[in-house]
Design a protein around this ligand. Structure first.
Ligand SMILES: C[S@@+](CC[C@H](N)C(=O)[O-])C[C@H]1O[C@@H](n2cnc3c(N)ncnc32)[C@H](O)[C@@H]1O
Length: 286
């Protein structure tokens, strides 16, 4: 979301009580002392293209950027405090449950993720252990979520930086790479280079479109009418040198927009003035 707006909200203390509370005390106190223009400058240093995590407090600023951005989406769309959110492929990143936990404020929010990699799921479980919301990890493909939950039972479907993970997993299945039992970071170079190879040889859409749309279509059926499917994407520094194009990665939201439009699933894009369309996509089930 817009960093100017976010910096002003941080300065006003909007996130002090919940989203900043897990940070080391020293970081909390430094964030408290920064005025909005300095906060904006620091956010801009981290939330750049590609994401730059080399500076001080960069991991906390990245987390605050994403948790606050998702919190603000829940708030702007006026979700009930006891909303149910389903995330595909959380890995061990807990930004969405953290945002929901803060938004729900003890009033009964529910969070479910379909997460295939076992080691990352263990990390996810540890990091979310103290949250008040009801949390469930389903060790299955997001495409199978209707085996666990009824249609029209969730208010939000979340894809936080997950388009790449979903496409990588589809290609890994074709290439016989095990993404469930392996350490994800050990096989990541193989996954990235395999996707790149399919893209460079013009085979990516033929290989991945059907499996990708199956997940989106299933998630759409899981979504309540009027509910939201929200995607974000970003590009981290350091991948071009290994042959993985950050230009390709930067276009993931546009790729998803094009494929989902083509599939005509009854989802309409919502205008979100503070959210850049290149990095965010918010769809509403009509
Ligand atoms: C590296 S983590 C990504 C975490 C988070 N999306 C992020 O980038 O911040 C990738 C996770 O997505 C999972 N994943 C990929 N495709 C999936 C699918 N179709 N269903 C369930 N999990 C999936 C992987 O198994 C792994 O646990």
């Amino acid at each position: 979301m817009n960093r100017d707006e976010l910096a002003k909200q941080i300065e006003s203390g909007k996130f002090r009580e919940h989203l900043q509370k897990g940070f080391p005390a020293e970081i909390v106190s430094r964030l408290d002392q920064l005025r909005a223009d300095e906060l904006k400058k620091r956010l801009n240093q981290v939330i750049s293209v590609p994401i730059d995590l080399s500076g001080e407090m960069s991991h906390e600023l990245l987390e605050l950027y994403y948790t606050a951005s998702w919190y603000n989406i829940f708030e702007k769309q006026n979700l009930p405090r006891n909303a149910s959110v389903f995330e595909v492929g959380a890995g061990d990143i807990v930004y969405i449950p953290k945002a929901l936990d803060a938004y729900s404020a003890g009033q009964g929010g529910k969070y479910v993720t379909a997460n295939l990699n076992l080691e990352l799921s263990r990390g996810f479980r540890e990091k979310t252990a103290g949250m008040q919301i009801d949390i469930e990890i389903i060790p299955d493909n997001g495409a199978n979520i209707l085996n666990y939950y009824n249609e029209e039972s969730f208010e939000v479907i979340a894809f936080h930086h997950a388009l790449n993970d979903i496409i990588q997993t589809v290609i890994a299945d074709l290439e016989g790479i095990d993404t469930i039992n392996n350490n994800w970071w050990t096989i990541e170079p193989q996954l990235l280079l395999a996707v790149m190879e399919y893209h460079n040889t013009g085979r990516l859409k033929d290989a991945a479109y059907d499996a990708f749309i199956r997940i989106i279509d299933t998630c759409n059926r899981l979504l309540k009418k009027g509910g939201y499917m929200v995607f974000d994407n970003c590009t981290y520094a350091g991948y071009d040198s290994m042959g993985y194009s950050s230009e390709f990665h930067s276009a993931y939201i546009d790729l998803a927009r094009e494929w989902i439009n083509e599939a005509q699933l009854g989802l309409e894009e919502v205008e979100m003035p503070s959210y850049d369309r290149k990095w965010w996509m918010v769809l509403r089930k009509v």
